[in-house]
Design a protein around this ligand. Structure first.
Ligand SMILES: C[S@@+](CC[C@H](N)C(=O)[O-])C[C@H]1O[C@@H](n2cnc3c(N)ncnc32)[C@H](O)[C@@H]1O
Ligand code: SF4
Length: 364
């Protein structure tokens, strides 16, 4: 369903020509100023300093919007990236200027070597932020060890505050465990603790205000995400609740909702109810995309580099790594792939018609 371009077919431009492609600004590492990697800069000048690595295709939930009803065909274990391959790839990207890595999946907390991976990532000079996106099911139990290993930032997915609806949308039990995970993260001092909520008409759009109220006394950042089309998730336009509609509903209750300023690469539009401790974010990937400031790259659990969440072209880093490629050779492939990144995604209707992976196999 997706096109994997092998390294041989890619006709990577010579390293020197990638280096010349852009004479862009600088990046700071400690006291030194280095030019931002040409390999991680695309033809529109976007610098990719944020890498999301999917650690597994498996999950202990079966969210309807992410996992197709029939399940997915799992990649054999030997074809997934090993602990050391994950670390090798991460090291290379960090050397080139990536300063934030998010571990995702599938459910990253079910990967047995997760702590080892975080411990190794923590040793990488220049990596400022290690983040995890989790469904929260195993979080309360694992959190003290994750923190000790060096985890900086946590996003927890939760789409409803009603246990029965949780069971419907995730096709599994576990609501209270997720809530416990959120509380534990707050207790351990994570601030903000980000809560991801995919908003779907007919399912949870009536809970928007309840989610906003969660931010009253807790340092949470509740992030409302527009429902996105992926293979097998039965997306349709009517089920999508746009950012503007969510905002209008919330403003009816809290007319003095305050807009907050955010950095250039922040994908969320941020707000706050005056007097509330936490914040609100809106991820409007569909109705108002943020491709122009996109700074992300993705690695799938089977080792493919994906330069756009909504694009189906992929490049296998695993294969060239397993052929014994040098760092320079890997960089050539990465640079060529990044160089081909499109200006913006094709729009929600085209995306919904396009062949791509189901979300569970991409890593959100
Ligand atoms: C694929 S999950 C992987 C990490 C982890 N299992 C979790 O659920 O947080 C990452 C994020 O993608 C979001 N997601 C999955 N399918 C989506 C869709 N169709 N539209 C919008 N967000 C989606 C999930 O809600 C979650 O916050
Ligand atoms: S959204 Fe996360 S928890 Fe839900 S099925 Fe997908 S990977 Fe699993």
């Amino acid at each position: 369903v997706h096109h994997v371009t092998s390294a041989r077919k890619l006709k990577a431009p010579l390293i020197s020509s990638i280096r010349k492609r852009n004479k862009l600004g600088d990046r700071l590492t400690g006291d030194h100023v280095l030019p931002f990697s040409a390999f991680l800069t695309d033809s529109f000048g976007r610098r990719h300093n944020y890498l999301r690595i999917s650690l597994t295709e498996k999950c202990n939930l079966r969210c309807q919007y992410c996992m197709p009803e029939k399940g997915v065909k799992l990649t054999p274990r030997s074809q997934l990236l090993s602990t050391s391959e994950v670390v090798t790839i991460a090291r290379l990207f960090v050397q080139e200027g990536v300063d934030k890595i998010r571990l995702t999946g599938g459910e990253p907390l079910i990967r047995p070597d997760l702590l080892d991976i975080i411990i190794e990532l923590r040793k990488l000079d220049g990596l400022k932020t290690i983040a995890v996106t989790t469904n929260g099911i195993n979080l309360a139990k694992l959190l003290p060890r994750l923190k000790e290993a060096g985890l900086d930032l946590i996003n927890i997915s939760l789409d409803t505050l009603a246990p029965a609806k949780f069971e419907f949308i995730t096709r599994r039990k576990g609501f209270h465990r997720v809530m416990e995970g959120i509380d534990r993260a707050v207790e351990l001092g994570y601030s903000p603790v980000k809560v991801n909520c995919v908003v779907m008409r007919g399912f949870n759009e009536d809970e928007l205000l309840d989610f906003v109220r969660l931010t009253e006394k807790k340092p949470l950042e509740v992030r409302f995400i527009e429902y996105m089309p992926f293979d097998g998730n039965k997306w349709n336009f009517k089920k999508m609740v746009s950012y503007q509609e969510m905002l209008d509903r919330i403003k009816q209750q809290w007319p003095n909702l305050e807009r907050l300023q955010t950095g250039h690469a922040n994908t969320a539009k941020m707000f706050k109810v005056p007097g509330f401790e936490g914040h609100l974010g809106f991820i409007s990937s569909m109705s108002d995309h943020f491709c122009g400031s996109c700074n992300r790259l993705r690695i799938t659990a089977d080792g493919n580099l994906k330069v756009c969440l909504f694009g189906n072209s992929e490049f296998s880093l695993r294969d060239i790594l397993r052929c014994g490629a040098s760092d320079e050779e890997l960089l050539q492939v990465i640079g060529a792939a990044v160089g081909r990144k499109k200006k913006e995604h094709a729009g929600m209707f085209s995306i919904s018609q396009m062949k791509n992976r189901p979300m569970i196999l991409i890593g959100g």
